[in-house]
Write a protein that binds this ligand. Structure first.
Ligand code: G4P
Length: 529
């Protein structure tokens, strides 16, 4: 393989969590380990403020900044690590889901006090669709959390994941004494605010029955730890890395991100076992990561903050070969060759123009309107990457034009915004009603604001009673057409003309699925079919 050295050292991943579980804090600690930032607080200050008075104005302000934190690249040991940000909080959007199609693995942060929460559940569903390998970090062990066995059971059940503890905590909250590293047989004693290079609290224990344990953590906790570890080892045995890579088993670490405790143990394991960039399926064949020729796809588009300049940044994941600045590449959907004179990498400190990039890397490409989510670039071959689906929105509203003189601007604006992937556009079957679907409520405000600011088009939204969009296919075209006609109120076309059923509730949806066995209801749509 021509670029073996570069490919094998890359690890591209995302951290997912429910808001407030500690994702930003963990990100920061990882960047400190990697030397990408020097001081704590550097990432945090970029985070969208939780208590901002007007959330979406805050998002507007932060849009520029969040580009910089979209991809954070740092080195640890011999690995080059690309950490892709998944926006959380109220700016949670389809972007968040789609970023997961551009990574090779994820770290899931669970708050030991609150356990599994809704957003985590939805993100994990996306990971499961692609069998993405997962490492779990149970955070906030310095707080009185749930019983650790109960918590693991909850995670297993809720997220349909098999867990494999790699470390084991000794108590939690005020009594938290540290973790025992089951695999390296180390006891790591807890002290608040552990420094990045702190190793003095690591105690090698070749035998867990050694009396040293009693002197360090006391008799009661030593006995409890021995019992726990015996039980876990009996159930789990050694970590089967192959099963982790297949997304069947998730190693678990316990720690406290804010105290930088337990983070190193996880990072060490991560660089050892996390998958390097993988081969990917396309519409015609599997593209091997080691192929000489370049290929990549756009998974996210970011609009410019300045409304006078409509240029955007396309985020491209390199899948094979070597991407080079100023070289012509084939834009498959548009069937034209384009080159990029200012591609840039997203180093945590600054945006740097890059000369080349390798599989696993994410490159920022300036775009004047050529890109749609899912677009593929190649060295000439015609294929597109599959597995970059559109997910069903969760909130649906009718788009109402408030200024008939600006109809054209509104249509252009909504077309461009939906190309960016901020929302989905459906047109009601047999009518002209435009329906906008988003994952988060806030997106509607952002769209309304941007349509007015950037396109001069005033609009408002009328709430619709739908809860899910399902893409429909059938071998029997007549049956499908009859269904669409019969269910006109609930039928629509997506932007590419694919038929969609808009369900009012789970009950309605299940009823239609049962009553129409010839029609298949899909919960996601591939961007290209
Ligand atoms: P997020 O990105 O997942 O939303 O979470 P974030 O890192 O911002 O963490 C949310 C809150 O939890 C922060 O407190 C953070 O300091 C705290 N936190 C993170 N890790 C730990 C931990 O291991 N133990 C404890 N006890 N707290 C933790 P905050 O008060 O909201 O913000 P700040 O004022 O501390 O910045």
């Amino acid at each position: 393989m021509k670029y073996e050295k570069e490919v094998s050292r890359r690890r591209t991943f995302a951290i997912i969590s429910h808001p407030d579980a500690g994702k930003t804090t963990l990100t920061e600690k990882l960047l400190l380990f990697g030397g990408a930032i020097q001081t704590a607080g550097a990432v945090k200050s970029n985070k969208i403020k939780k208590h901002a008075t007007s959330d979406f104005m805050e998002i507007e302000r932060q849009r520029g900044i969040s580009v910089a934190t979209s991809v954070m690249t740092f080195e640890y040991k011999d690995c080059l690590i690309n950490l892709l940000d998944t926006p959380g909080h109220k700016d949670f959007a389809e972007d968040t889901y789609r970023t997961l199609t551009a990574v090779d693995s994820v770290i899931l942060v669970v708050d030991s006090v609150n356990g599994v929460e809704d957003q985590t559940r939805r993100l994990m569903e996306v990971c499961r669709m692609r069998d993405t390998p997962v490492i779990v970090f149970v955070n906030k062990m310095d707080r009185d959390g749930k019983n650790r066995f109960d918590l693991l059971e909850e995670i297993e059940k809720e997220l349909k994941l098999s867990l494999h503890p790699m470390t084991w905590p000794i108590n939690s909250g005020k009594d938290f004494k540290g973790v025992y590293n089951i695999h390296t047989k180390n006891l790591v004693l807890f002290s608040a605010h552990t420094k990045a290079d702190d190793t003095e609290n690591v105690l090698e224990i070749s035998d867990i029955n050694s009396p040293i344990l009693e002197t360090k953590i006391g008799e009661r906790d030593a006995n409890l730890l021995r019992e726990d570890v015996e039980l876990i080892e009996a159930v789990n045995g050694d970590l089967n890395v192959e099963e982790y890579l297949q997304g069947k088993i998730a190693p678990v670490f316990f720690g406290s991100a804010v105290n930088n405790f337990g983070v190193r143990e996880m990072l060490e394991t991560f660089v050892n076992i996390a998958p390097r960039p993988q081969s990917r399926q396309t519409s015609t064949r599997e593209v091997k990561v080691g192929e000489d020729k370049f290929s990549g796809f756009i998974f996210k588009i970011h609009a410019n903050l300045d409304p006078k300049h409509r240029d955007r940044i396309g985020f491209m994941r390199v899948c094979s070969g070597k991407f080079e600045r100023n070289k012509y590449y084939h834009h498959v959907r548009l069937d034209k060759d384009i080159r990029f004179s200012n591609p840039y990498s997203f180093l945590a400190r600054s945006k740097d123009i890059i000369e080349d990039a390798y599989p696993g890397d994410v490159v920022g490409l300036f775009d004047t309107g050529n890109f749609k989510i899912g677009d593929t670039l190649t060295e000439g071959e015609n294929f597109y990457f599959t597995g970059i689906p559109t997910f069903s929105p969760e909130i649906f509203k009718e788009l109402v034009n408030k200024d008939p003189m600006k109809t054209k601007q509104l249509e252009k604006g909504i077309a461009q915004l939906t190309d960016e992937g901020v929302a989905q556009l459906f047109t009601q079957f047999g009518g002209n009603k435009k329906i906008i679907g988003c994952v988060g409520e806030l997106q509607f405000e952002v769209i309304q604001y941007r349509l007015l600011q950037e396109y001069g088009a005033a609009c408002e939204f009328r709430t619709l009673p739908f809860y899910k969009a399902c893409w429909l296919t059938s071998k029997d075209e007549q049956k499908l057409n009859d269904f669409l006609r019969f269910k006109q109120q609930n039928s629509a076309e997506d932007k590419d003309g694919n038929p969609v059923y808009l369900a009012q509730s789970e009950w309605f949806l299940n009823t239609e699925i049962t009553n129409n066995p010839e029609i298949t209801f899909h919960f996601t749509s591939e961007v290209h079919k």
